[in-house]
Write a protein that binds this ligand. Sequence first.
Ligand SMILES: *Cc1c(COP(=O)(O)O)cnc(C)c1O
Length: 457
Amino acid sequence: MHNIDLDLIEMTLDVMKYAIGRITDKNPELGFPKKAEELQELVGETITPKGIGGENAFKLFRDVLMKASVSIDHPRHLAFVPASPTRAAVMFDLVTSASSVHGAFWLEGAGCIFAENQAMKWLVSLTGLPNGAFGVFTSGGTEANLSAMVTARENWRSQDESRKHTRGIIISAISAHSSVRAMAKVIDADVLSVPTEDRFEAWQLQQKLDSLTPEDRKRVFAVIATGGTTNAGIIDDLDGIAEICKRQNLWFHVDAAYGGGALAARSVRHLFKGIENADSVTIDPHKWLFSPYDCGAVIYKNPDLAKAAHSQEGSYLDIFSDEGAQGFNPSDYQIQLTRRVRGLPLWFSLAMHGTERYEQAIERGIELAKHAGKMIQVSKHTQLVREPSLSCVLFRRLGWSAEDYRNWTYKNHKAGYALVAPTKVRQGNEFETVARFCFINPDTTEKDIRGILDTMI
Ligand SMILES: *Cc1c(COP(=O)(O)O)cnc(C)c1O
């Protein structure tokens, strides 16, 4: 690997040139998917015994493959939960890879894990969790939720031998993210859903608990509330739910994968009251904290419980818990062993810009949602479904069917103009298709919003 030849140097320069160009481009091409057969036609077989050469492979990437992939940081990409990694963080993602550091154990990654932990300390401070609370960076919100559920379940079982073979129950609302139900399958637990797409309130949790048979009631080990629902940006009654969980000795997890960034925004921080009483919290820096994919985080009030649930044992791993290697091993607190130090790009960007810049950028997303709300209200074609919440805006184009929304999405996307997708909201027993904006990118402008709304006329 160390005989660097000229071709390699040239290819490296090409790649770096592309990366720098892309990092500094505020208006990247939006990108539109092609069918696999089409791509096969255009690209051919790239994996061959002799290789097709870096230049060829890179050309295919740049001219075909990337054009068939969406740039999620496009300022008019307002679908799903977009992303907008800072230039500093993207640059440092390259450095993180180039540095080849194993991020599971202090023995190998001490310096980088130390830096990750400084960024984590700031995240923990945003939650207001008590001293001793700490967390680790994960591949995303799904893994963070899973790691928290495993910890909750193991802790519950450790309190009573008879629970060893009992299938647990988690209570959440139907507005909770799909990963909650998916990860409950992984740990073979049941999820009971409170039927609300609006704010999940404490009395609804109490009602659910009261409705259970004594047998089922004994199986409940955790409650999951959402700090910013993915569809509508709604923050559940964290304070009231926390209180019930405390009284009834239930693990309280707050999934703030999307909304967690807003903990840094003074204008909305009060809405999260109660999060400081959580047993665990999920926050995705790759959503509203401007980190490149993939970077989630799970935070525990008592990290020792996570360690008891997650630390792996094996003769070849003994050295990592040896005294000489003493330090914080990220692998002890979530399900992944070998990991990149994926918190490093966030660390570098935070260190460079300072936390105030983050607060401003997050407030900008909230402000854009408010602006959009006003524009939607004054137009006679459109109507708000509900007041904007955090950076999510749900609205309808009067007179449109589900089909109309679908066509509108494809038309804007195909034209390379915008990616804005419809969603569904429950109206009684029916589902209504509506339009949705989610703002993350602080470079999105009022003009962008106006332009997109004009495509609905
Ligand atoms: C996005 C999201 C998740 C899943 O996170 P990934 O990073 O996609 O795994 C979980 N919960 C909520 C509330 C989310 O918005």
